[in-house]
Write a protein that binds this ligand. Structure first.
Ligand code: NAG
Ligand code: NAG
Ligand code: NAG
Ligand code: NAG
Ligand code: NAG
Ligand code: NAG
Ligand code: NAG
Length: 551
């Protein structure tokens, strides 16, 4: 039950929301799984994101719709699933293939906001029309840090003192070209924008900052290595190839193999494994790169406070998809596993998620606010397509309507659900009410063949022959790999190549595929039916019927 204090707060928040003046700071980290202190991932040192989390709601079960940058970003930035954008690879622009869909920043721009892109928000290049969707989505040309062009350059010192194009790449920043790194540049640029908008306030802003780390190369200031002494770094809990894994599910992590340091290890294709000592080094550098990115987030939070923007800015921190750190003998994304699809999502709403913490409803940059036992966490199933309608609702602009079945002609609609009810439920009831939420989260991943080959991680649209549809429910992960025609873009559900079923209570790491066991025959039949029916049938009941009846 809400007491008077809660009611007053809610009123205050609703007043703020109805004024329609909340700014948005959207922070997207590239290839970041929920390996963060606030997600209970022990070795990680991420005090800044933890500080944000301590004044926010932490979404513990959030899933990307496809575990690769271009398709995932096209999906969450349009609030349509890869099925609708028809962006399954890094080379397709949704406006050309799926439909002329309005994006999240475009929606804000159309509603009187000034919108800025810093770093990697859209997947750059062909996937966003070679312009990062400017001018549709952005008020100004998107900013890209100049040093990102050294992504594939030989700038990582090896043990012999020579320079290589490595995956493991701690560096002395002063020895780098232009004496800086991409994410350091993006932070500086974003801070300048904050300073500017604080001077010319009047128009609300939508500022999106996309950090490149912890994407490979794991290139970061070498001081961050000191946080993770190698003897404190462990292997993944399940570092070997699961015996019952259908081979179509396997991603051969080709992006690691093209790096000089991994090449020198002569790892066999497609399964490896990476030698143990190198597994530890990659994990150590992923952690260090994450802490480096965390410090960038800290700079942005400090900036918001410094420029007096934290009492009227919604902050969303998220990853675009996960990353395997040696689980199942795998690395990188490119799969339908939990480690590849699950992402961090943290949402700060001034005066709502930091309720009762201070009188001014501001974000407070003070480590004393971190109380590890006191994060506001929800375990409800959330999908990245939900972010667009949610931020719209939080900021007080029009929430796109739920898309009808064939939505390719509709520029503005959502295949997600605003999770503002979950935020309120978590803040006011600690998630203990009987709010019914989505019964499943959906993702998908394409393959060119049943057996792993060079392009299994990143098949181009024309080469896609199989689509893996996966669904995470409270208890299970269930996946079907089925026939797909790249010309008609149609799925053939009777052309079944493989199934996977993981029982999360007893197999949280997804190592034991029980889809073929008699014991699970009914579960498989039930989940298969739900998977075919798709996301629409998994929406919260009341929401589903309300919205559908009003169409
Ligand atoms: C978050 O999810 C993880 C993985 O499913 C689980 O182990 C953990 O208990 C959850 N955290 C909370 C606070 O419920
Ligand atoms: C796509 O949408 C944009 C922005 O709303 C509009 O300017 C453009 O004309 C549309 N393109 C097509 C082909 O409909
Ligand atoms: C900030 O404003 C100044 C003056 O209008 C402008 O020259 C500069 O480019 C702006 N900086 C950013 C990062 O937008
Ligand atoms: C800070 O922002 C708030 C709300 O936008 C405003 O009421 C207040 O006057 C500002 N304070 C300063 C010192 O500019
Ligand atoms: C969806 O609508 C488009 C445009 O009206 C049409 O070309 C397409 O065939 C329709 N698809 C389905 C599955 O009905
Ligand atoms: C779908 O796959 C089944 C089984 O392979 C096949 O018999 C059928 O012809 C396919 N349907 C279409 C429309 O291609
Ligand atoms: C994707 O599209 C296919 C049709 O091509 C449909 O059967 C399926 O339900 C959709 N899957 C999801 C996860 O939306």
């Amino acid at each position: 039950m809400m007491n008077l204090w809660h009611r007053r707060l809610l009123l205050l928040v609703l007043v703020t929301i109805s004024e329609g003046k909340l700014n948005v700071l959207l922070i997207v980290a590239d290839d970041l799984r929920p390996s963060l202190g606030c997600y209970g991932y022990e070795p990680l040192i991420t005090p800044n994101i933890d500080l944000l989390a301590s004044q926010s709601v932490v979404f513990n079960r959030t899933y990307a719709q496809q575990a690769i940058c271009g398709p995932s970003r096209a999906s969450f930035l349009t609030s349509r699933r890869p099925n609708t954008t028809h962006v399954y690879d890094q080379h397709t622009y949704w406006r050309k293939k799926g439909g002329n869909f309005t994006t999240l920043p475009q929606h804000f721009k159309n509603n009187g906001y000034v919108t800025f892109s810093v770093g990697k928000i859209f997947h750059p290049g062909a996937a966003s029309g070679k312009t990062d969707d400017y001018p549709y989505s952005w008020s100004f040309p998107p900013y890209h840090p100049s040093t990102q062009k050294y992504k594939m350059a030989k700038v990582c010192p090896g043990p012999d003192g020579k320079l290589y194009m490595n995956i493991v790449c701690p560096v002395d920043v002063t020895a780098m070209p232009e004496k800086t790194l991409p994410d350091l540049q993006s932070t500086q640029h974003a801070l300048q924008i904050m300073q500017n908008v604080s001077r010319f306030s009047g128009q609300p802003f939508f500022l999106a900052v996309g950090y490149h780390k912890p994407h490979i190369p794991l290139k970061y200031p070498k001081e961050y290595l000191n946080l993770y002494p190698l003897d404190k770094v462990h292997l993944a809990p399940d570092p070997s190839l699961p015996p019952k894994l259908p081979l179509v599910a396997w991603n051969p992590w080709a992006d690691l193999r093209e790096r000089d340091d991994v090449k020198m290890l002569h790892v066999s294709f497609p399964y490896g494994p990476l030698p143990k000592h190198y597994q530890l080094l990659v994990r150590q550098s992923y952690y260090a790169a994450t802490s480096y990115m965390d410090d960038q987030v800290g700079q942005l939070l400090k900036g918001l406070e410094k420029y007096n923007l934290s009492s009227n800015t919604v902050i969303v921190f998220m990853g675009d998809h996960g990353w395997s750190l040696g689980e199942h003998q795998e690395w990188s994304k490119y799969s339908n596993f939990e480690v590849a699809t699950r992402v961090p999502l943290i949402v700060y709403v001034p005066g709502l998620t930091n309720k009762g913490q201070n009188l001014h409803r501001k974000f407070i940059f003070d480590r004393n606010f971190i109380n590890k036992d006191n994060y506001r966490v929800t375990n409800a199933l959330v999908e990245l397509v939900d972010v667009f309608p949610t931020i719209s609702e939080l900021s007080g602009i029009k929430v796109p309507e739920l898309c009808p079945d064939n939505d390719s002609d509709i520029e503005l609609c959502t295949e997600g659900t605003s999770f503002l009810p979950l935020i309120k439920d978590t803040v006011f009831n600690n998630g203990a009410s009987d709010l019914k939420w989505k019964s499943a989260a959906f993702s998908q991943y394409p393959r060119p063949s049943d057996l792993p080959q060079e392009n299994s991680d990143q098949p181009k649209l024309k080469d896609i022959k199989i689509m893996g549809y996966t669904m995470r429910t409270d208890k299970y992960r269930y996946t079907e790999w089925v026939g797909f025609d790249p010309l008609t873009l149609k799925t053939n559900w009777t052309d079944l190549h493989a199934r996977e079923l993981y029982v999360h209570d007893i197999d949280p790491d997804e190592d034991n595929n029980v889809a073929g066991l008699w014991d699970y025959i009914d579960v498989v039949a039930d989940l298969s039916d739900k998977l075919l029916k798709g996301w629409r049938k998994a929406l919260p009941n009341s929401y589903n019927s309300d919205k559908l009846n009003h169409r």
